[in-house]
Design a protein around this ligand. Structure first.
Ligand SMILES: Cc1cc2nc3c(=O)[nH]c(=O)nc-3n(C[C@H](O)[C@H](O)[C@H](O)COP(=O)(O)OP(=O)(O)OC[C@H]3O[C@@H](n4cnc5c(N)ncnc54)[C@H](O)[C@@H]3O)c2cc1C
Length: 427
């Protein structure tokens, strides 16, 4: 690695690779710090190719529990055998995926392993509702961020109590919530399906239209002078050890610094600068079904089916599922059917008129096996910063990640905050 020579922010030309939430938030904070920024992405910001397009939009300090928790390994075979289960693996990919899965389960095997991850994630999501709101206000998109929590629905209190560790970690790392017994639940959410008799309303925020929000950040930044190169980044150009530019499919973007924030597509670019990162596309889905659903005050998380539900005036959006079928394999229509069946099972009102799907979407969560993103300097050069691998929490963690990225590029980053995300932990 070359010695780091810090240019003043206003003399820095920074190329941000990837225009998802992490890339656009990085562009936003870098631009505010005075850098001259070019965003590179073959797809327009807000495009449905990005995971940031159609996610659940949940912004909450409670997003601190990684996917792998103690005891999960016992549930995996049952999940895989259940065609409507929350987890699918393309069996042909299993040999390639096994080392990743092993690391994933190992990282969550004990409470001792999970707690540092929860602590690290809390530093990224702890202030997310406020940070998203601040950005939204500044770019004139307040209407896209609502100060609204998520209502977890359980069949009964015992089901909630069986998840003692995740809730203990959420409490320890700053999340707040209100618990409702059956009677209180029906006052809080009068149209809650009968089968749910216990609820937990977790404080936080919600992005009404994640892709629309990313597009709004881009619209604002491009009107202020941030540049956009609609192309794929392919490689990096160095001159005497310092970064000179990013090669794209349409020529080279000259720059002093670069940020790799290409979500699930980042691993190849990271390899070019010496980092071999075990990144997997943890595919997730949403469907929007037509028809009037139950009138709901809250966004719901149905804990038995592991799906989130949001109702609009004449449509219902359902999000969920984890599918390891590779980065570029087309979406499997069966996953959409499963989502539809699950929501119709839980909300019977949807069974009748809502068979028509208005839209379906598959997104790729960029996931690392230990549940933490990689944020830090590349091995080859401090001029290239890695910022990807946020898995299930990237939309919430976008602004805080971007503030770390900006600190890395303009100076003054808090190295203690950065340590748990070090890309070299996979060396
Ligand atoms: C079903 C589902 C529900 C989810 N719900 C939530 C939620 O409620 N809350 C939450 O916080 N998170 C949620 N997530 C996770 C969240 O969506 C992701 O963690 C986050 O969007 C990742 O953002 P990103 O910017 O890293 O990547 P992306 O949004 O995927 O953006 C990556 C961008 O890089 C571009 N790119 C790729 N290759 C190149 C290249 N070579 N050169 C230039 N650009 C390139 C792509 O075109 C893309 O635009 C959910 C995800 C899914 C799938």
């Amino acid at each position: 690695m070359t010695a780091e020579v810090q240019l003043p922010a206003k003399e820095q030309r920074v190329a941000v690779i990837g225009a998802g939430i992490v890339g656009m938030m990085s562009a936003y904070y870098l631009f505010r710090a005075g850098c001259s920024v070019t965003v590179i992405d073959p797809a327009e910001p807000g495009d449905m190719r990005a995971s940031s397009f159609g996610n659940g939009g949940w912004l909450s300090p409670s997003l601190v529990t990684p996917g792998a928790m103690p005891g999960l390994w016992k549930q995996v075979p049952k999940m895989l055998l259940d065609p409507k289960g929350p987890l699918t693996i393309d069996i042909r990919r299993l040999p390639r995926l096994l080392p990743w899965l092993f690391r994933f389960l190992w990282s969550g095997a004990t409470e001792r392993r999970v707690r540092p991850t929860s602590k690290a994630l809390s530093s990224l999501v702890g202030s997310c509702p406020e940070l998203h709101q601040q950005v939204a206000r500044e770019i004139g998109a307040d209407h896209l961020i609502e100060p609204r929590g998520l209502l977890f629905l359980y069949r009964d209190r015992q089901a909630f109590e069986r998840e003692a560790l995740p809730w203990a970690l959420r409490r320890e790392f700053g999340a707040t919530w209100t618990e409702f017994d059956e009677q209180q639940l029906r006052i809080e959410e009068p149209n809650v399906p009968e089968r749910y008799r216990f609820g937990v309303l977790v404080a936080g925020g919600h992005c009404v239209d994640p892709g629309g929000f990313v597009a709004e950040i881009a619209r604002y930044l491009f009107s202020q002078g941030v540049q956009y190169r609609q192309s794929s980044a392919l490689d990096f150009a160095f001159d005497g050890g310092r970064l000179a530019g990013v090669h794209t499919a349409d020529g080279t973007v000259s720059c002093d610094k670069a940020v790799i924030s290409a979500g699930a597509w980042s691993a190849q670019l990271a390899r070019k600068v010496g980092n071999n990162i075990p990144l997997e596309a943890e595919r997730g889905h949403h469907i929007v079904v037509a028809g009037e659903g139950p009138k709901l005050r809250n966004r719901l998380f149905l804990t038995d089916h592991k799906i989130t539900v949001r109702t609009f005036k004449d449509a219902t959006k359902v999000t969920g599922q984890v599918d390891f079928s590779g980065l570029e394999t087309p979406a499997n229509p069966l996953r959409f059917e499963v989502l539809h069946d699950l929501v119709a099972d839980a909300l019977p009102i949807l069974k009748s008129g809502a068979q028509r799907k208005l839209s379906t979407w598959m997104g790729r969560r960029p996931s690392l096996p230990d549940g933490r993103p990689a944020i830090g300097r590349s091995r080859r050069s401090a001029d290239v910063v890695l910022a990807f691998g946020h898995g299930h929490v990237g939309f919430a963690a976008g602004p805080e990640t971007a503030r770390l990225v900006t600190g890395l590029i303009t100076g003054g980053v808090d190295e203690d905050l950065l340590a748990p995300f070090s890309p070299s932990r996979f060396a």
